[in-house]
Design a protein around this ligand. Structure first.
Ligand code: FA5
Length: 344
């Protein structure tokens, strides 16, 4: 029996030495040390031994079991380390390789221009307000002195949601909303940037959805010369000190007198060229002195208060400032176009 045990040990150790796979090693363990393993089978026969032989054979059997167990454990460590080493080699990262470039976005040019205009007016003491894009007929038209039969209320020009609700066609309703909130008791000095909607056919200078910035200043003794002064500062800061403005008579139902403001052409400085269609001037906004009816409807006494208002189109301003020849570029979201202005 002792010889049999030694033979099992020799055989098991040889197999463990030859194996190169963890699973096969596990199979060897089961084959020798498992319940039905060959060493276990031999030990079962120990009952037949004489009482003198039993402790001697028992000790040898324990030594054989320990030797096989140790050999298997050592080999298992060797195989596991080798597998780990191989995995580390395979998954090795070359930290010296240059990284993949990350595309960094930036604010849309229109956002930048609107923020620039906001900063400029905040610097002159204006507060920035907001108003709803889905507006009531009352605030979009009636409160601005546009009676029900006014041609500008034609369904062709506006997107109506219901008979009394529409997508605002300009930011001017925020004038009426703000004055009403101030209850005719204190001066108003605000601008309101926001989206507006019109049933215009899209072309190089028109969009059915565009942005406007409204401006309103109401106080005692506000004059047309104040309006001109503010617009002159705005034009020079926005386009450069060498630019001039001119106000032309115009008509808006909510201002009296009404004007349109032109800025001297950047290309020819007023001489006349193809950009300004030979006139030397380019129109950028509508403005005027707030109509007494508008003041009155909003709760301001026109005998005490006066004011000016203006409304400009940031797309057109950005086009002039950055030489963009098609308004649709702002809405196509072509990253090649947008990227050009990330540093602007
Ligand atoms: C108005 O909308 C008046 N509410 C402006 C105003 C406010 C006048 C306060 C007096 C007092 P107008 O329709 O002209 O006015 O539009 C103002 C500006 O919006 C234009 O100068 C232009 O820059 C821009 N704009 C008008 N229509 C479009 C369009 N379809 N696409 C892009 N920009 C436009």
């Amino acid at each position: 029996m002792q010889a049999e045990l030694k033979a099992i040990e020799q055989e098991a150790l040889a197999k463990v030495a030859a194996v190169n796979d963890v699973k096969e090693l596990q199979a060897i363990k089961v084959a020798y040390l498992g319940k039905k393993g060959s060493l276990t089978a031999v030990l079962r026969g120990m009952g037949k031994l004489s009482p003198e032989e039993r402790p001697v054979v028992g000790e040898i059997a324990n030594q054989v079991r320990e030797a096989i167990t140790k050999a298997i454990d050592d080999k298992n460590d060797v195989l596991e380390n080798a597998a780990l080493e191989e995995k580390l080699q395979e998954e090795a990262i070359d930290v010296t390789l240059p990284g993949r470039p990350v595309t960094v976005g930036g604010p849309h040019l229109l956002t930048k221009v609107i923020e620039e205009i906001e900063d400029l007016f905040i610097g002159m003491g204006y507060e920035v307000r907001e108003g709803p894009e889905v507006e009531t007929d009352y605030f979009n038209f009636e409160a601005l002195n546009l009676p029900k039969d006014h041609p500008a209320r034609d369904m062709q020009d506006s997107f109506y949601v219901t008979n009394e609700l529409l997508l605002r066609t300009h930011t001017s309703p925020v004038q009426a909303r703000t004055m009403r909130e101030y209850k005719g008791e204190k001066p108003v000095k605000m601008i309101c940037p926001g989206k507006v909607y019109r049933r215009d056919t899209d072309d190089a200078t028109h969009s059915h959805q565009f942005t406007q910035i409204e401006g309103l200043y109401v106080d005692k003794d506000v004059k047309m010369s104040d309006l001109k002064g503010v617009l002159d500062i705005f034009a020079k800061k926005m386009f450069g000190e060498d630019r001039n403005i001119r106000l032309r008579p115009s008509f808006f139902p909510f201002t009296e007198p009404s004007v349109e403001m032109d800025i001297s052409c950047k290309v020819c400085h007023g001489e006349g060229c193809s950009v300004c269609k030979g006139t030397g001037w380019i129109e950028i906004l509508g403005a005027g002195m707030v109509h007494p009816n508008v003041l009155e409807m909003a709760g301001y006494d026109p005998k005490v208060y006066s004011g000016f208002a203006f409304g400009m189109g940031p797309e057109r301003i950005a086009m002039l400032k950055y030489g963009i020849n098609d308004i649709r570029q702002f809405y196509l979201n072509d990253s090649r176009f947008l990227k050009q202005f990330h540093q602007a």
